[in-house]
Ligand binder design. Structure first.
Ligand code: HEM
Length: 119
């Protein structure tokens, strides 16, 4: 783990901070009428756990992500570029508010979630 990734993880408050950030992130999503329908029948406990783990891994923390790969998790959801941009915007806003000095860069488009999707 490099110094910069270690500080990114500690900057977002480690496990406790990420849990709080993920709660805030999905509160924002459920309050967004254009996104809430995507999450209407989702097991939010598992999703939040996996989101904490993947953000930990991305910021240099110790948690291991054990969920599905991104293509498999999203391939049947018909995510539009507009919905993708709104989710990334909520995620960035959440992480900035939790104290990250820089927002994570957004992957370029919803196509990123479909790359390598199982057919
Ligand atoms: C940076 C972009 C995104 C990341 C990093 C991300 C990450 C994740 C992760 C880690 C999971 C859990 C997978 C699992 O439990 O196996 C997940 C599931 C899910 N994501 Fe995303 N996601 C992103 C964008 C989106 C977008 C744009 C939408 C919809 C507009 C979306 C909707 C969902 C839904 C509905 C699930 C639950 C699927 C299910 O349980 O069947 N995600 N995502």
């Amino acid at each position: 783990m490099s110094d910069s990734t270690a500080s990114a993880y500690s900057c977002v408050g480690a496990e406790t901070g990420l849990r709080s950030a993920v709660d805030d992130f999905y509160d924002r999503i459920h309050a967004d009428p254009s996104l809430a329908p995507y999450f209407a029948v989702v097991d939010m406990v598992t999703l939040k756990r996996h989101q904490v783990d993947i953000l930990s891994a991305a910021t240099g923390g110790p948690q291991k992500y054990t969920g599905r790969d991104m293509a498999r998790a999203h391939h049947s959801l018909e995510i539009t570029n507009e919905a993708f941009d709104r989710v990334v915007s909520h995620l960035n806003a959440t992480l900035v508010e939790t104290g990250a000095t820089t927002a994570p860069s957004a992957p370029c488009s919803a196509r990123w979630l479909r790359c390598g999707s199982p057919s």
